[in-house]
Design a protein around this ligand. Structure first.
Ligand code: SF4
Length: 385
């Protein structure tokens, strides 16, 4: 029988890193999800000097430096502090759990400053409780993890939408209304044993008053390529080497982090050609997601990324595959067409579900997995496993 994965109930930060299989994971939450070229260059250098040079872009649009040691952590914090990337204390860092739309206009920048200041006054919320500021004309962050969302209605009004509810409440005062909704969440029984999410409370039929306004129709997730705001470049599995970030910094653009395993180079009018970047939206690697897996994650029961990479080209266009090192499903909590979950006896396969759903096949060896992919992917030119 497989042991259930450990649920920590909190996210790592820079001041409170998390121990993983390859050392400490140090999560940097750049203010408003934005980096100047100097900040990006400094992070790349710090990742090489104090970590193992591997940088993850998280599903909450943060950067994670891997392979940091207890000895190198203090110096890393010094170097990041010099770039204004470190909060004054762990509590402030934990509270600043905010994703801002990468398509940042002037009004959103003002709202982001207001909301960031408001977060310092929040009541004590569960560690994973987060906020999304998604105030372009149409939402783009609906698939990103957040509990309280600021969006626009079709007529342009700002609304505050509790995650899990299709309607929000028109905002009269962003700070006061956000604090009131957080207070309502706590008072309504949203937290048990220090944990809880807004969508779970809503699913119990507990609804805040005044939520009667639908958001504008969300936009589909953008693809890599040129956009009105700049160039969107993707990272396989949301991971890059420090050299890639260093080369991006040298291009001189502001870099905005997204929850889509992509970086936005603000104002860029050409796609950079750099090793480690995916710029073709048809690249099969974009059809697969995979967590760190073994050996990087101590909870993993199997390797994930090499397997996902080997299967990517066998997936038909439009199909998605998630390879997870255990049932926790960190890389993709949502539904995929196919999900492979590592177990002590091979990989379990779930069709149309998540890593926690009941598999249709159990204990598959990697060589047997292609037989379970859709038939037309077994093309003669499909790469060998
Ligand atoms: S899903 Fe992957 S990264 Fe998350 S705990 Fe399991 S093995 Fe580790």
């Amino acid at each position: 029988m497989t042991a259930a994965p450990e649920i920590k109930g909190w996210c790592p930060g820079a001041l409170r890193p998390m121990l993983s299989g390859d050392g400490l994971v140090v999560r940097i939450r750049p203010p408003f999800g934005s980096l100047t070229p100097a900040q990006a260059a400094a992070i790349a250098e710090a990742a090489q000097t104090h970590g193992n040079g591997i940088i993850d872009l998280s599903a909450r649009a943060n950067l994670q430096l891997r392979g940091v040691t207890q000895a190198s952590h203090p110096k890393l914090i010094d170097d990041l502090s010099a770039q204004s990337l470190i909060d004054p204390d762990i509590e402030t860092e934990s509270l600043r759990n905010l994703i801002v739309t990468p398509f940042l206009d002037a009004e959103t920048a003002v709202l982001a400053a207001t909301l960031t200041a408001t977060l310092t006054r929040m009541p004590r919320l569960p560690g994973k409780f987060g906020f999304a500021l998604d105030t372009g004309p149409r939402p783009v962050l609906t698939a990103a993890s957040a509990d309280i969302r600021v969006e626009r209605a079709a007529d342009g009004r700002l609304i505050l939408r509790p995650d899990g509810l299709p309607f929000g409440k028109p905002i009269t005062d962003l700070a006061a209304d956000t604090l009131a909704l957080a207070d309502w969440f706590l008072a309504s029984g949203g937290v048990t044993n220090g944990r809880g999410r807004m969508a779970a409370l809503i699913a119990r039929g507990i609804i805040p008053p005044g939520c009667d306004t639908a958001p504008a129709t969300p936009l589909p997730q953008p693809e890599p390529g040129l956009h009105p705001d700049g160039a969107l470049v993707a990272l396989a599995f949301g991971q890059m080497q420090a050299e890639t970030l260093s080369a991006l910094a040298a291009l001189g653009h502001e870099i905005r982090l997204t929850p889509w395993r992509m970086l936005l180079l603000v104002g860029a009018t050409r796609l950079p050609e750099l090793p480690g970047l995916v710029t073709d939206p048809a690249d099969p690697i974009l059809r697969v997601t995979a967590c760190t897996g073994a050996p990087g994650c101590p909870q993993a029961l199997g390797e994930t990324r090499a397997l996902a990479r080997s299967l990517a080209a066998r997936l038909p266009e439009g199909k998605s595959l998630h390879v997870s090192g255990c049932t926790k499903g960190c890389a993709h909590p949502g539904v995929s067409d196919l999900t492979l979950v590592a177990t002590a006896r091979g990989y379990d396969l779930v069709h149309g579900g998540t890593a926690q759903d009941t598999p249709s096949h159990r204990a598959l060896m990697p060589s047997a997995i292609p037989d379970h992919l859709p038939d037309h992917t077994k093309a003669p030119n499909a790469p060998p496993l």
